[in-house]
Design a protein around this ligand. Sequence first.
Ligand code: SF4
Ligand SMILES: [Zn+2]
Ligand SMILES: [Zn+2]
Length: 321
Amino acid sequence: MDCDRCGGEAVVHAAYSGAHLCGDHLRESVEKRVRRRVRRDDLVSREATPENPQTWVIGLSGGKDSVVLTQVLHETFAEDPRIELVGLTIHEGIEGYRDKSVEACVELADDLGIRHELVSYEEEFGIRMDDVVEDDPENMAACAYCGVFRRDLLSEYAEKLGADLLLTGHNLDDEAQTALMNILEGDVAQIAKHFDASLGPLSEREESEEFVPRAKPLRDVPEKEVALYAHLRDLPAHITECPHASEAYRGEIQQLLYGLEENHPGTRHSIISGYEELAGIAAGEYNSEGGADLRDCAECGSTTTREICRKCSLLESIEAV
Ligand code: SF4
Ligand SMILES: [Zn+2]
Ligand SMILES: [Zn+2]
């Protein structure tokens, strides 16, 4: 097949748009979608100036998604003194897996000349995911612990680094899966929260003093195209799966979506666009009801809806083993 734009050899056929693209034109198209998302979500604040730049902290795991996001944002803003990028990597304490991807993060940050911070569960909480999985005091999947700790450290360090924005490398497949999971679980409050936390344009979200706003500028690009982009540009991405990966339900939804997309190209896009609209409406409803009651965790002081935050109660049960 030939590239629709230049007649060169196509490396991808995007059935959802009908496009055949060569390597160069895939690259251009991925970058365009990220930049369009940055504009549509109003991510660059009008108050940002070269004298008073914004700090964007990127959750940099060393996997293809966050590596591609960092690379594209770096090139987008390399000549723009209003935006400073910082890579933030979290080491969960997973032998043989995270060590390699940390190397990829260090290499990328070095290549791009951006600031890079590395924090670990071990230094912050005195735990390692390998041990948590073995003890498993709450009888839960590994990711159920790990996700709580990661979110906590990302927000805490985003705050410490003076971030105006916390960005993560979720792609179209990730977001369509999350949307479908929230809908199938019937969790409307979660859908509303999703909008204010990371989905809606910044100007339309309910502002929160408590959290650094999050954004996902890669969310219009399918996983396969992100992987191809990383490969074509020979970016230092680390591509093995975590040995504790255990989100069984997400895996089921992923398989379901592969099948739907195959038979009905464009399904992921339509799920996301409908979901965003619904999430915006749900967020409006919930916010007019006054939203959730937030307070400070009695142990660590972070913002929570309970007496003791989820992270602290998990740490307690891990320590009790
Ligand atoms: S797959 Fe699960 S356990 Fe592994 S790093 Fe991700 S969240 Fe943690
Ligand atoms: Zn081409
Ligand atoms: Zn706490």
